[in-house]
Design a protein around this ligand. Structure first.
Ligand SMILES: Nc1nc2c(ncn2[C@@H]2O[C@H](COP(=O)(O)OP(=O)(O)O)[C@@H](O)[C@H]2O)c(=O)[nH]1
Ligand SMILES: [Mg+2]
Length: 246
């Protein structure tokens, strides 16, 4: 964890010739690898300072988690990504607010392994999660369902927003998971749902990450409101409890 494999960023680029200095410059300027630090500073939502959002990408091997991550961070589709695990960081401005995206591109479930189990660290670190499957790979859809069950055992829908993303939408001829199935799963588990192609467009991928940030911010705001209400209830019951005792 916490390292950047330079080979990942120098692998053949379908858009530019290999070893293009321009491409390397783009990648190096937007990618920064950060440590997974459980004691990170609390996000400061109210006073327009930078907001930190930790996003965890999960799913089976080969579904395009790294492709989605790199597409979002660099706007590029590189083609081959290797199988490394890293947390990348990038700052964006959305609606006038600085958002720091920390993106944990998790290591894939290995072939033959039924379901990669998520670590407690991953589960606790994430403010929002993206569960990725390939629309051409039913096994990867099953992995998403298994990982969802694991997430729900420790994190309620109200504490961590989850998006289900069917990737490789460009490969319609090879589709084995219908859009309807993806949508129904998302609906039944209170998740958002998208179908995208990391290979074809940047825009769809951007929408996924921005939607998740919106949901994380809504979740934080709701938590603050609920904490406020609980505080009022505690004060009121303290006063009335005291009166009754007098
Ligand atoms: N056709 C197509 N191929 C994709 C897409 N996204 C990723 N891939 C390819 O699928 C393979 C696995 O992608 P990768 O991001 O390494 O998957 P990961 O193991 O989930 O991180 C690579 O060969 C990618 O080029 C997509 O949207 N369409
Ligand atoms: Mg990967």
């Amino acid at each position: 964890m916490g390292y950047k494999d330079p080979d990942l960023l120098k692998s053949s680029d379908v858009l530019r010739p290999p070893d293009s200095p321009e491409r390397d410059q783009v990648l190096n300027s937007v990618l920064m690898v950060v440590d997974v630090n459980p004691g990170r500073a609390e996000a400061m939502e109210g006073n327009q300072q930078r907001v930190e959002v930790n996003i965890l990408l999960l799913g089976a091997h080969n579904v395009g988690k790294s492709a989605l991550t790199v597409r979002f961070l660099t706007r590029r589709f590189i083609g081959e990504y290797g199988d490394i695990e890293s947390v990348y960081s990038r700052v964006d401005r959305i609606d006038g607010q600085e958002i720091c995206f920390n993106i944990w591109d998790s290591q894939s479930t290995q072939a033959g392994e039924k379901c990669s189990s998520l670590s407690d660290k991953q589960l606790q670190w994430a403010d929002g999660m993206i569960l990725v499957y390939s629309i051409c790979d039913r096994g990867s859809f099953n992995v998403v369902q298994q990982q969802l069950q694991q997430i729900r055992r420790s994190r309620k829908p109200s504490s961590v927003p989850v998006l289900i993303v069917g990737n490789k939408r460009d490969l319609q001829r090879h589709r084995t998971v219908s859009s309807e199935e993806g949508r129904l799963l998302a609906l039944s588990q209170r998740c958002g749902f998208f179908e995208v192609s990391a290979a074809e467009t940047y825009h769809g991928v951007l929408l996924v990450f921005h939607r998740l940030v919106d949901l994380v911010r809504e979740t934080r705001a709701l938590r603050k409101t609920n904490a406020g209400v609980r505080g009022i209830v505690r004060s009121v019951s303290a006063v009335f409890g005291k009166k009754r005792a007098e």
